[in-house]
Ligand binder design. Structure first.
Ligand code: MF3
Ligand code: CO
Ligand code: CO
Length: 261
């Protein structure tokens, strides 16, 4: 079955705990977001919060990645490295948290508004949120991977946006990235059939303009080739007998994304 690792009910308890921690970490980090903070402030919070709970931030030293979280601002598609960059009013920022707890990985991300977004930024972010929702809604044991990609691309493209091709969702478990690859575009009825006990991420990256990406000289930061905005949302899900269980569900609405103070 293409090397996909099916999780037992006992494995699933491990996944639930790791994913619950990742979701809580992202939920709490949202409270920091405002003009004037740096992306390093988010990194410090995520690192300390994770370690204080007996977990490990998966990004740190992963294939040489230097920080504990990814922070991707505006034209950055993914894998933005936290640093001294100061967030300013009107920015959008994706924060991508991956926690390892008792050997299991939980991977979750969301895009936040820094202050007041432009009309375009708001439309892009809300379409991307809806892409993830629709992708998750397409999951059940009779569906195939292509069904997920198809609903995501069709929603994004119906709004004049494009789907990033070069980065995809992934199986997840005792490893950060396992089989299968979960493309955010595709044909209905094609690809691997889903099965109860599969755990994978769905993490559409949607661009305001062209889908093409470039990686900066730091070998991590992926940006839009045309310099226009990109947004992303990610959940880790499990295939159940009837649909999907969102393992990284948040404990409440996300500040600066789903709700505003
Ligand atoms: N969290 C990212 C994902 O969703 C992967 C980040 S790899 C890192 O797959 F090294 F940059 F952290
Ligand atoms: Co992921
Ligand atoms: Co992630």
């Amino acid at each position: 079955m293409g090397g996909i690792i099916i999780k037992s009910e006992r494995d699933m308890e491990g996944m639930r705990a790791a994913c619950r921690l990742a979701a809580l970490t992202l939920y709490e980090s949202a409270k920091l977001i405002e003009p004037g903070i740096t992306t390093d402030d988010i990194n410090t919070f995520v690192h300390d919060f994770t370690v204080a709970r007996g977990a490990v931030p998966a990004p740190l030293n992963y294939r040489g990645y230097p920080k504990s979280v990814c922070t991707s601002v505006n034209e950055v598609i993914c894998h933005g490295i936290p640093g001294p960059r100061v967030l300013k009013d009107g920015d959008i920022i994706n924060v991508d948290v991956t926690s390892i707890l008792d050997g299991w990985h939980g991977d979750v991300s969301a895009t936040f508004y820094v202050g007041t977004p432009s009309e375009t930024a708001r439309r892009l972010v809300e379409v991307t949120r809806e892409c993830l929702r629709r992708g998750i809604a397409a999951v059940n044991p009779r569906a195939r991977l292509g069904d997920i990609g198809a609903v995501i691309a069709s929603h994004a493209e119906s709004h004049g946006f494009s789907v990033v091709r070069d980065f995809v969702g992934h199986g997840i478990g005792r490893s950060f990235h396992e089989a299968p690859q979960v493309l955010h575009f595709g044909k209905p009825g094609r690809g691997q059939r889903l099965q109860k006990g599969m755990t994978f991420t769905i993490e559409p990256m949607i661009n305001e303009g062209d889908w093409r990406s470039l990686v900066l000289d730091d070998n991590w930061t992926a940006v839009t080739a045309d310099g226009r905005l990109s947004a992303q949302f990610e959940h880790t899900i499990a295939v159940t007998a009837t649909g999907a269980e969102i393992l990284t569900a948040f404990p409440g609405p996300l500040l600066h994304s789903e709700v505003f103070p």
